[in-house]
Design a protein around this ligand. Structure first.
Ligand code: IMP
Length: 424
C-alpha cells in the first residue's frame, strides 16, 4: 500500500507521532500536509524522547521528511529543531521544505496573542504560535511564502508592504509594540540563507516517489474535530487535518491515497475551549489526566479528559474515509473497574442520535448516552499482540470495531515504539 494517511480522529494529541514513527520504519517518505508549530509530536525511540513540532516524525528514522505547501512554517522554530536534531545525532538533511508553504511572521504571533487577549472569555484557546493569522493572510493573498526567501529583494519588499499595514493594527487596534522593518528583514534574510538547501518541489518529489513504488506516509497534525471546515468551529485550527487535506496540502490527486489510518485514544482529550459531551466528571477526570500525562507538548496546558466518544469517532470515520484505526493509550484505562463509552448523544428535544449533530447549537447542548463496559483492572505489560490482552480489554477493542464497523489495526499500551500491538 504505497500511500497512507495517518489522521487524528479526535481533537488532536491522539498519539499520532508514535504511530507515524512506527509506520515510518517501513516507509520511504513521510510528509506533513497542514498546520505548523502548533503540533507537538512526542516520539520515544531507543530510550530517547523527541518532541518535534514543525518537522515530520519520519526524520527520527532517517526518512525523507517533507513539509508540504499546505503547512505554515515558523523559520526560527524549524531551524531550532533542525539544530537540535543534528546535535542529538539525527541527520536533518532528509528534510524537504515546499516553497509553497507560508511563513509565520513575527506579527502573526503578536496578533494571535493580542487577539486572544482581546477576546477574553470568548477566546479560542489557540497555541499562540501565529497559526490563525498566518493562514488568514494566505487566504487574503497577502502571505509571504517560503519561496520568497529565495529572493532577497522580493522578501524585503513583501515584509515592508506587510509591515505598513500590520504595524497600524498592532499599535492602534491591539495597543502593542510595532515591528522594525530593518530588524525583521535582517532576521528573515538570515533564516533564508540557512533554509535555502532544504527548499524543493514537494509535489513533484512525492509524485515521483509514488510512481517509483515508494511507500509514502502522510502525517496529519491536530485532529478531525479541529478541522477548519468540519470541526467544532470556531474552536478549531485554521487548516484541514482531515485525510483529504493530504492531497491539497502536498499537491497530489485524491485518487493516489490508498488507505487512511485514524488514530484515536482509548478515551478522549481536548485542549482549549468548546463543548465536550463525554468530558469526565468527578475525581476520575484527574486520574485519567495524571495516568495519561495529559499536558500539552507545545503549551504545557492541562488537557480536558473524556471517556471514549463513539459519536465523534463515527463522524471521523465518515469525514476521513478511515480504513482502519489505531487505538492508543489503552493502558491508561487499566485502573478503572468500569468504563463508560459514549454511544449516542441526547439532544435538547430528548431525541437520541448516533450521528454527529450538523448544527453547532445541538452539539453544544448534547448529552452523552453511555454504555458501561467492564474494566480489566490489570496491567497490560505482558501483551505482545492484541490477542494477548486480558479478555475485558479485548472486548473493549472489539466493541469499538463492531460499533464503527472499522478494524482496529494497532493498539497502543505504553510510551515506547515496541508498545504498539498489532491487531488480529
Ligand atoms: P491554533 O491551531 O494554535 O490556532 O489553535 C486552535 C485550536 O486548536 C485550539 O483549541 C488549540 O488548542 C487547538 N490545537 C492546535 N494544535 C493542537 C494540537 O497539536 N493538539 C491539540 N490541540 C491543538
Amino acid at each position: 500500500m504505497p500511500a497512507t494517511v495517518v489522521v487524528g480522529a479526535q481533537w488532536g494529541d491522539e498519539g499520532k507521532g508514535k504511530i507515524v514513527d512506527l509506520l515510518a520504519q517501513s516507509s520511504d517518505v513521510v510528509c506533513r500536509y497542514q498546520g505548523g508549530p502548533n503540533a507537538g509530536h512526542t516520539i520515544i525511540a531507543e530510550g530517547e524522547t523527541f518532541k518535534i513540532r514543525q518537522v515530520p516524525s519520519g526524520v527520527i528514522s532517517g526518512k525523507t521528511s517533507v513539509i508540504g505547501g499546505g503547512c505554515v512554517v515558523d523559520p526560527e522554530v524549524l531551524l531550532g529543531e533542525l539544530d537540535d536534531l543534528r546535535a542529538r545525532g539525527v541527520d536533518p538533511s532528509v528534510v524537504v521544505l515546499s516553497g509553497n508553504a507560508h511563513l509565520i511572521m513575527p506579527w502573526h504571533v503578536a496578533i494571535d496573542r493580542a487577539s486572544e487577549r482581546r477576546l477574553g472569555k470568548l477566546q479560542i484557546g489557540t497555541t499562540r504560535r501565529g497559526i490563525g493569522p498566518a493562514y488568514a493572510d494566505k487566504a487574503a493573498r497577502i502571505g509571504i511564502r517560503v519561496q520568497d526567501l529565495l529572493d532577497a529583494k522580493i522578501l524585503r519588499e513583501k515584509i515592508a508592504t506587510a509591515l505598513a499595514e500590520k504595524n497600524v493594527w498592532l499599535e492602534r487596534v491591539y495597543e502593542t509594540e510595532p515591528f522594525d522593518l530593518e530588524d525583521v528583514a535582517a532576521r528573515y534574510q538570515g533564516y533564508a540563507e540557512r533554509l535555502r538547501p532544504y527548499i524543493d518541489d514537494a509535489s513533484l518529489l512525492v509524485d515521483r516517489a509514488l510512481r517509483g513504488g515508494a511507500d509514502v506516509l502522510f502525517e496529519g497534525a491536530q485532529g478531525t474535530l479541529l478541522d477548519l471546515d468540519h470541526g467544532t468551529y470556531p474552536f478549531v485550527t485554521s487548516s484541514n487535518p482531515v485525510a483529504s487535506g493530504a492531497a491539497t496540502g502536498i499537491g497530489i490527486g485524491p485518487s493516489r491515497i490508498d488507505r487512511v489510518i485514524g488514530v484515536a485514544k482509548a478515551y478522549v482529550t481536548r485542549v482549549g475551549e468548546g463543548p465536550f459531551p463525554s468530558e469526565i466528571e468527578g475525581p476520575d477526570h484527574e486520574r485519567v489526566r495524571e495516568l495519561g500525562a495529559e499536558f500539552g507538548t507545545v503549551t504545557g496546558r492541562q488537557r480536558r479528559c473524556g471517556w471514549l466518544d463513539l459519536v465523534a469517532l463515527r463522524y471521523a470515520v465518515r469525514l476521513n474515509g478511515i480504513t482502519s484505526l489505531a487505538l492508543t493509550k489503552l493502558d491508561v484505562l487499566s485502573v478503572f473497574p468500569q468504563l463508560p463509552v459514549c454511544v449516542a448523544y441526547r439532544l435538547r428535544d430528548g431525541s437520541e442520535t448516533r450521528d454527529f449533530p450538523p448544527h453547532q447549537s445541538d452539539f453544544h447542548h448534547a448529552e452523552a448516552v453511555w454504555e458501561v463496559l467492564a474494566g480489566w483492572e490489570e496491567p497490560l505489560d505482558d501483551a505482545t499482540t492484541v490477542g494477548d490482552l486480558p479478555g475485558a480489554a479485548r472486548r473493549y477493542v472489539e466493541f469499538v470495531e463492531r460499533d464503527l464497523d472499522v478494524p482496529v489495526e494497532l493498539v497502543g499500551v505504553g510510551a515506547e515504539r515496541e508498545r504498539v500491538l498489532a491487531g488480529a
